[in-house]
Design a protein around this ligand. Structure first.
Ligand code: SF4
Length: 324
């Protein structure tokens, strides 16, 4: 059974109110998205800024209210839960944020930050157990427990991200949504945080939804990848296979920007014209057609469905084939 199963999820935000308070237009941030995550699996979610990936990541753990669709977590549809019912389940799914500093209260010590998570879910029997648990969590993320009384500003960016990870780990989650967790860090620190996340996954069997704009990072950590464009999944598949032979022109363009390690390997950079169009007025037909280097006439009028091209492999492009 999947740990998380998302079916036909939509998140539409009203953008303009008119007389009698009725919304006239909507941002279709997430538009009919379905996918699943197995226990202990890492699924990468990639796309340019403005493609809806952060909203999707937040919606699956109910930090953003979905407009419609199902979010089945450990066999229970949490899409309709709220209040105390939702709070009781929150410890099973957590989030790590892009800006570790912005997500930590600057007036709280590290001990307070991690201890608060333990207190909310009553996970420490007494003060001694609480202290010991905080020490263990700090060691688990590579921080010195003797620094527990320090404030966030006394740590480096990478260390602050480790504090955020310790806070998420404190409640023993089954799923962590990692929202661009390394994009604000130096490259050398990025590798350390990625390695830490992988070690913790092996140790605790946590599943990750790893949201990032950088396909190089996503490719390294994920077993499967979802490529998102204008609120929809346009390609999905096993990470190695998707990166070896991308089927959708958008994935091909994203991949062409990833530096290759082999100096002899030649890869032509595909430059996409313009930015992601407005999700309020998405283009008709294939939403990618105004930027697609291989668009045909029918792409302007016919919406390409997300078709299965092989086991676990899907793409939403009229030209995509199952050929290797
Ligand atoms: Fe490009 Fe047409 Fe495929 Fe869309 S359907 S990605 S416009 S070729």
């Amino acid at each position: 059974m999947p740990l998380l199963e998302v079916r036909n999820l939509k998140v539409h935000f009203p953008v303009e109110q008119r007389l009698f308070g009725r919304a006239k237009e909507f941002v279709r941030a997430v538009d009919d998205v379905s996918f699943s995550i197995a226990p202990g699996e890492t699924v990468g979610l990639v796309g340019e800024s403005g493609c809806g990936k952060t909203t999707l990541g937040r919606a699956v753990i109910k930090l953003v209210e979905p407009t419609s669709g199902r979010i089945v977590f450990e066999g229970e549809d949490i899409a309709l839960l709220s209040g105390s019912e939702l709070r009781a389940r929150r410890r099973r799914f957590q989030m790590i944020f892009q800006d570790p500093y912005g997500s930590l209260d600057p007036r709280q010590t590290v001990s307070d930050i991690i201890g608060e998570a333990l207190d909310i879910h009553r996970l420490a029997a007494d003060a001694t157990a609480r202290r010991q648990r905080i020490d263990t969590l700090l060691k688990d993320v590579g921080l010195d427990p003797s620094h527990a009384s320090r404030l966030p500003h006394e740590f480096s960016g990478g260390q602050r991200q480790r504090i955020g990870i310790a806070r998420a780990l404190a409640v023993e989650p089954r799923l962590i949504v990692c929202d661009e967790p390394v994009s604000a860090l130096d490259v050398s620190v990025q590798a350390q945080i990625i390695n830490l996340l992988q070690d913790l996954q092996r140790e605790h069997g946590i599943a990750y939804l790893f949201v990032a704009h950088d396909l190089a990072v996503v490719k390294h950590i994920s077993r499967r990848i979802l490529v998102m464009y204008l609120g929809r999944i346009v390609e999905s598949g096993e990470a190695k296979e998707l990166c070896r032979a991308p089927k959708h022109p958008y994935t091909q363009a994203l991949l062409s920007a990833v530096p290759v390690v082999d100096p002899d390997a030649k890869r032509q950079r595909i430059l996409l014209a313009g930015d992601v169009p407005s999700p309020i007025h998405p283009p008709g037909g294939c939403p990618f057609h105004p930027r697609c280097p291989v668009a045909e006439a029918r792409c302007k009028t016919e919406v390409p469905p997300l078709r299965e091209l092989g086991p676990g492999r899907h793409a939403a492009c009229h030209l995509a084939t199952s050929e290797p």
